[in-house]
Design a protein. Structure first.
Length: 144
């Protein structure tokens, strides 16, 4: 047997554009049922994505690249992974200060017991802001 390296083909696409397309060693994503780790040869599956991070391990550098997705679909075939996301942002493009401010606003809205508050919307905004902050923090951790 040769030392041929097996990788996954990953395509991350938003409604606006293709964000990433290339070979990767591993993909980690947050599906509706929890965290998924996808390696070459993974069983086929389709799942909805929760707002959260997509982490990708590069085959060349072994470094992790982090993306934030607002939601979408993940399709896995044994050697191909496709992510169709509502919104995708590379972690290094997230405005951390804006995400922290959004988190604070959502927390204040939830803490207020006003009947004018849309709790489902405020909860979703809080989850989105926390996921963005985690994406930035994870990216910073791996840059050290």
């Amino acid at each position: 047997m040769t030392g041929t390296r097996v990788t996954l083909r990953l395509d991350i696409v938003s409604a606006e554009e293709a964000i990433f397309s290339g070979e990767v060693d591993m993909v980690f994503a947050t599906g509706v049922m929890g965290e998924l780790g996808i390696a070459p040869g993974h069983a086929p599956l389709v799942t909805a994505l929760k707002p959260g991070n997509i982490r990708v391990i590069s085959p060349d550098t072994k470094k992790e690249e982090v993306f934030y997705v607002k939601g979408g679909l993940l399709e896995v075939q044994p050697y191909v992974v496709t992510i169709l996301a509502d919104t995708v942002v590379r972690a290094h493009d997230i405005d951390e200060a804006a995400a922290l401010e959004a988190k604070s606003r959502a927390e204040q809205a939830l803490a207020s017991k006003s009947s004018e508050i849309d709790f489902a919307k405020a909860t979703a905004e809080l989850a989105e802001a926390i996921a963005q902050i985690r994406a930035v923090q994870r990216m910073k951790k791996h840059l050290k």
